[in-house]
Design a protein. Structure first.
Ligand SMILES: Nc1ncnc2c1ncn2[C@@H]1O[C@H](COP(=O)(O)OP(=O)(O)OP(=O)(O)O)[C@@H](O)[C@H]1O
Ligand SMILES: [Mg+2]
Length: 220
């Protein structure tokens, strides 16, 4: 199981939005897709409940860092991590996952919160040793706006790559309610938004592929 944690100390930066979209993309691609929820508010689990039954299945799983039990076998898991996690809990998340996706918005509040978060994870051994690749994702971007440019400058100074830029778009607000993501729509609909995900999906697919290869190597 390839496990991605979507995480930042900062609240409201799009962790649940990105987690749900990613889980739906994995389901649409034919993988077993598990959406793990560490948030006591259970937004991700409730979102799965709202998802129409005709769409590719996403399994919802409640998680607890005090007793972290993760699925194994083939497939992909996305973990929606709540804001403000303490270092110890964060360590459990980092240990249990294969890669970290860190969303942030174009705002000084997000930049400061993310700076603290990046410092914190950089101290954790699996991240420091490069065993947990980190992908920064700029979220709610209005192209060519001054805040978007300021965010690019901020991201350029970080040690982790800015892998994707996602637009500020009404689709994401609707998807939170309807349970229908970009990856559930016909390919011609909202293609511009879907294309913005391509570099992040490629980054994660590449890591998942490497993991699968090493598993085949270990067993075969
Ligand atoms: N790219 C986007 N375009 C438009 N709205 C967005 C986008 N990403 C997120 N939102 C909206 O921003 C709000 C916060 O997003 P979300 O709940 O995903 O953040 P979060 O990081 O999970 O928040 P919390 O820390 O409270 O768990 C939601 O109303 C969501 O619909
Ligand atoms: Mg959330």
């Amino acid at each position: 199981m390839f496990i991605v944690a979507v995480v930042n100390l900062k609240g409201g930066c799009g962790k649940t939005t990105i987690s749900t979209q990613l889980a739906a993309r994995y389901a649409a691609a034919g993988h077993r897709s598990v959406l793990g929820d560490l948030d006591r508010q259970q937004s991700a689990i409730q979102w799965v409940d709202r998802r129409p039954a005709r769409l590719p299945i996403i399994e919802a799983m409640e998680l607890d860092t005090d007793a972290m039990v993760l699925p194994f076998g083939e497939g992909r898991m996305v973990i929606d991590v709540p804001a403000g996690m303490k270092r110890k809990a964060l360590e459990v998340v980092v240990r249990g996952s294969d890669a970290l996706v860190v969303p942030l918005l174009p705002s000084s509040f997000d930049e400061r919160g993310t700076e603290r978060f990046v410092e914190l994870i950089s101290e954790l051994k699996p991240v420091r040793k490069g065993r947990r690749p980190v992908a920064m994702v700029a979220n709610r971007i209005r192209p060519r706006s001054a805040p978007a440019r300021a965010l690019d400058t901020f991201l350029a100074g970080l040690e982790y790559p800015a892998v994707a830029r996602l637009s500020d778009a009404q689709h994401y607000v609707g998807a939170a309610t309807s349970g229908v993501t970009l990856f559930d729509l016909p390919p011609t609909r909202l293609r511009n938004l879907r294309e913005e995900w391509a570099p992040l999906l490629a980054f994660l697919d590449n890591l998942a592929g490497l993991q699968e290869q090493s598993e085949v190597g270990a067993t075969g």
